[in-house]
Design a protein around this ligand. Sequence first.
Ligand code: ZN
Length: 311
Amino acid sequence: MSRTAAITSALLLAVLLAACGGNSGGKSSAVGVVTSLPVFGDMVEQVGGDRVEVFSLFPAGADPHTFEPGPASVRRVADADIVVVNGLDLEPGAMKVIEPNIGSGTPLVKMAEVAAGDGGIDLRKFGEEGHIAGEPGEEGTDPHAWLSVPNAREYARVIHDALVQVDAKGAATYDSNYDAYLAGLDDLDSYAKEAVSGVPEEQRKIITTHDAFGYMAEYLGFQVVAVVAVSPGQEPSASDIANLQDAVDDAGVRAVFREPQLGAEADVLRGIASDLGIQVCTLYSDSLDNDVPSYIDLIRFNADEIARCLG
Ligand SMILES: [Zn+2]
């Protein structure tokens, strides 16, 4: 066979394979999962393994509260076998693309809402723990539930159950991947608690760029005492910044925490930290990057960083 004929045959085979489609098992017919944040894409991949092909609407460093996916995402949503998001109004830009374009029979799974609905997770209100500055979201439900490891177990359960629903033939694979992921989350739970165990009581205060860490703080025995951004994308006023600086000073913390996806808010925090002569450290919440490419990496990083900066 000539080289050209060989390539033509290979292409023809590829076209035939693509035309077969369907969820009949095997790699060419992977379950197409569209999700919002890359951190949820990671969770879906952990449970779905080789049976799923995941596309995250948000790039790794995007702020889900303000980012709007481009028109190329429309096709991804329309072609998806299942769409998995957080819900609780975390990702309004994603919902703008998902709701009008999702297939009529395609499941839309809002993980935090499902897990809260069946009692798997307890939802928090924003600012439940008495913020001393910034007055973050006095009402409204805090959507950042995945940042506590016990809640992440519930997200994984919801993902598992949803994948079994759309791809029953893969149930055994999803069961074993889910069990393995839960074991990993158990190790992570022990690791995170141990990492922060040496932080003294008076330093157990999180001051950061946006109000994402209520669940994580409660889980690890900390308190979110102040944030820069009260509402997503809204800049603090000069008096907000002055109040925040007083709050940071009163808190007596050795460090405040920027988040990689929030540049302007991080600048505010840097200014305050520089005036007070304290450190600016980093916490991950809504975004991943090359240094922190998975959920497990995210929690490990945060626990280590808290221990390093406040311990
Ligand atoms: Zn957030």
